[in-house]
Design a protein around this ligand. Structure first.
Ligand SMILES: Cc1ncc(COP(=O)(O)O)c(C=O)c1O
Length: 413
């Protein structure tokens, strides 16, 4: 029996090893490098607040999402939708997620047993990794990687392996990827569009990932929270590729698409057996997720094409304001194809340590950014040591002010 079959069978019988047993068996809750201590996001945000800097560090919009959704949340509260939702999510939201996957990608999902609503994508990632991996397994991510991946892989007790995304386009190196995947790889964890690097993987790259997953009997977990935030390139969900759906868990979230990051409504979809495994773990993480916000997100998912088209065009204009400012500041700009993050190389200004610069930047020019090495293991940190990530999900006037401040950087270094 293959490992995937075994997981599927275990999922059916409800005999997956409990995550707390795995944690007790070796997961290290506080990494030796203190990674689960205070995060760099907290550190930089604290600095930004103290200095009054424009915070382009953490990725949250400075404007709320659609009024109709806020109204729907208020209505849900007023009408009494205030007690625990069903563990897998309210039917209206599961139906809306299924309809969204059909409408945009032609994917057929049964809302009963192929979708689970989670407390943000963060919980979906945690529940999926804790359900499927443990000591002795490897989880492969691209590097740099979104920080919660490293933390949760650590909690699961699995080994985190990586394959680099390198400048200037930060797309997968398919030979390096092939070399990094082995029969020990239990999960290939894809993030597309990619945070922090802003790349949107191509059909060819994704096809190779699926082939490798088949060859090594790995499950694909794909974090597609930026699915609607792309600029002139098409987002291809992994699950739409031939042979992928049967071994892929797809994760998304209302936070990025609708600019309601604080609502923390996410979801995971995939084959019933894998989704059941996620649901099993989710019961003990949060049990269920915020009831009135679920109703509001269901309303949001049904919005018309004009809304969805508008998300990326508005964001692209913001990207271009900040990109111009960063170029004028003398930095090398890597223009993202998706997400709301833009990366720069600070080396042209003679900077060799972007982490040290990020700690000085709020005082130097009144702008905060995140150093890319924090999204890496030591080797990757060395490769990216002069890179900084800026978030551009802010009002145009805020980005223009940030650009004006950054223009001072070369004189103040
Ligand atoms: C790649 C990626 N995955 C997941 C998340 C978390 O999403 P949520 O806020 O829905 O938990 C983020 C948020 O920044 C992200 O960038």
């Amino acid at each position: 029996m293959s490992r995937t079959d075994r997981t599927l069978a275990q999922g059916r019988q409800g005999t997956l090893q409990a995550p707390w047993q795995r944690a007790a068996a070796g997961a290290n809750l506080l990494g030796a490098d203190g990674r689960l201590d205070v995060t760099i996001f907290e550190e930089i945000t604290t600095l930004a607040v103290r200095t009054g800097a424009i915070n382009l560090g953490q990725g949250f919009p400075d404007e709320d999402g659609p009024d109709v959704m806020a109204e729907a949340a208020r209505d849900a509260i007023a009408s009494g939708a205030n007690q625990y939702a069903p563990g897998k999510g309210i039917p209206a939201l599961r139906d809306a997620i299924a309809a969204h996957q059909q409408r945009f990608y032609g994917l057929d999902l049964d809302p009963e047993d192929q979708i689970v609503v989670t407390t943000g994508a963060t919980e979906a990632i945690a529940a999926a990794l804790l359900a499927l991996t443990g000591p002795g397994d490897e989880v492969l991510t691209f590097e740099p990687f979104y920080d919660s991946y490293g933390a949760v892989i650590g909690l699961s007790g699995a080994t985190h392996t990586t394959s680099p995304l390198v400048a200037p386009d930060f797309h997968p190196d398919l030979d390096a990827l092939e070399a990094a995947v082995s029969d020990r790889t239990r999960v290939i964890l894809v993030n597309n569009p990619h945070n922090p690097m802003g790349s949107v993987f191509t059909h060819t790259e994704l096809t190779r990932i699926v082939e490798l997953a088949h060859r090594h009997d790995a499950v694909i977990i794909t974090d597609e929270v930026y699915e609607h935030l792309t600029f002139g390139v098409q987002h291809v969900p992994v699950a739409t590729l031939p042979g992928a759906a049967e071994r892929t868990l797809t994760i998304s979230s209302a936070g990025k698409t609708f600019s309601f990051t604080g609502w923390k409504v996410g979801w995971v979809s995939g084959p019933p057996e894998l989704v059941a495994a996620v649901r099993t773990v989710k019961q003990f993480l949060s049990y269920s997720s915020g009831t009135p916000f679920q109703a509001a997100v269901a309303a949001g998912l049904a919005m018309d094409d004009a809304f969805y088209g508008g998300i990326s065009s508005t964001l692209q204009a913001k990207r271009d304001i900040l990109a111009d400012g960063l170029r004028t500041a003398g930095l090398e700009v890597f223009l993202p194809e998706g997400t709301y993050f833009i990366n720069v190389d600070t080396a042209p200004l003679g900077v060799t340590d972007a982490t040290a610069l990020a700690r000085r930047l709020p005082e130097l020019v009144g702008v905060a950014a995140i150093p890319v090495p924090v999204f890496c293991h030591p080797e990757g940190a060395e490769r990216t040591k002069s890179l900084l990530r800026f978030a551009f999900c802010k009002r145009p006037e805020v980005l223009e002010e940030a650009a004006a401040r950054l223009a001072q950087l070369k004189d103040r270094l």
